[in-house]
Design a binder for this molecule. Structure first.
Ligand code: SAM
Length: 333
């Protein structure tokens, strides 16, 4: 997370928001950092709901398709990182045919009834291109038809101070009658950070060492040991080098954490650290997603890695929210 300037800390005080498809609460952390208050959360998964409860004190467990919009408290901001499997390149790309894809319609249903000032949405980069752009066109039209201007941009978290190459589409939807028609996404922050900066060193990381034969390869360019690379740098292979079997240099960016992902490095990727090859510790995943050090992790490593793979980078959201405040359409509560 980024440390906000004093003037921003209370800039959303009095604003209420809802956290749909809340997962670990990435949106919640970002909005609370500006002083906004969460009044409703929902997630269908019992494991992630427990982690959320451990951190925020609210147990979100619910299937949003079964929640009547009338029963959701009034709010100013609606947040939703709606499920993306139906649109991601790693999924089968069924889009609206897949019920998880149609969960976007839940966002429209709730927003249409409550008319919050702002909808903050996030999804996989491929959403924009899915089905030759038809899926995204439907999404944008639906949002516009219920009274919002939609601004969108694919943002790579690695350009916003977090050393993970994670491209996601961010959608800022401002109620038409409040919009200054002037919104611009935040400019990249040029901070040199790499995987090495998020590593733990208390012995616990040893549990993630892979005891399999591996080979280190010569990369296209000679890797400079002291240089920080602004992209993932592949330096080796376990097994046959399939997607989850590639080894990366900790002086580069992390590859995208994923909720599914196969191979030896499933979900976190593999890194060559202190002459060993290992996956990442859940705390390292938390850091790569911008979660604070006091965030309580799921006790199951598998669940924790999956939950971060599904989540949203808190720093990017904080920068996006800051840019919305600066734009001025959303007034103090
Ligand atoms: C892409 S993740 C969003 C993660 C979240 N933004 C975060 O900060 O961790 C989508 C979430 O939607 C949840 N979900 C899927 N179907 C749902 C439903 N019908 N009702 C409520 N939540 C659902 C999943 O369990 C998953 O946690």
């Amino acid at each position: 997370m980024i440390e906000l300037d004093k003037i921003y800390k209370n800039s959303l005080k009095g604003k209420k928001f809802i956290d749909l498809f809340c997962g670990l609460g990435g949106f919640r952390l970002a909005l609370e950092s500006y002083g906004a208050e969460c009044v409703f959360s929902s997630d269908i998964d019992k494991h992630v709901s427990k982690t959320y409860e451990n951190n925020f004190g609210d147990y979100p467990l619910s299937d949003i398709t079964k929640v009547n919009e009338v029963d959701i408290p009034k709010h100013d901001i609606l947040c939703a990182g709606f499920p993306c499997q139906a649109f991601s390149i790693s999924g089968k790309q069924k889009g609206f045919e897949d019920t998880r894809g149609t969960l976007f319609r839940e966002v429209v249903r709730i927003a249409k009834y409550h008319k919050p000032e702002l909808l903050l949405l996030e999804n996989v980069k491929n959403l924009e291109k899915h089905d030759n752009g038809k899926t995204f066109k439907v999404i944008k039209e639906n949002i516009e038809n219920i009274g919002y201007n939609m601004y969108y941009q694919v943002i790579n978290a690695s350009k916003y101070g977090v050393p993970q190459s994670r491209e996601r589409i961010y959608m800022v939807c401002i109620k038409k009658d409040l919009d200054n028609n002037n919104y611009k996404f935040p400019k990249p922050i040029n901070k040199e950070k790499c995987v090495k900066d998020v590593l733990i060193n208390n012995g616990d990381e040893k549990k993630y060492v892979i005891n399999k034969p591996y080979s280190l390869i010569q990369t296209d360019k000679q890797v400079d040991m002291f240089k920080v690379y602004n992209k993932p740098v592949r330096i080796g292979t376990v097994n046959k080098g399939g997607q989850g079997d590639r080894i990366y240099d900790p002086m580069g960016q992390a590859i995208t954490l994923s909720a599914e992902g196969g191979g030896t490095g499933s979900k976190t990727g593999l890194y060559y650290i202190n002459n060993e090859v290992r996956k990442l510790h859940p705390r390292e995943c938390a850091r790569l997603m911008g979660y604070p050090e006091n965030y309580i992790l799921d006790e199951s490593v598998n669940q924790a890695q999956k939950q971060f793979g599904n989540s949203v980078v808190v720093d990017v959201l904080q920068y996006v929210v800051k840019s919305i405040i600066d734009e001025g359409s959303i007034k103090n509560g």
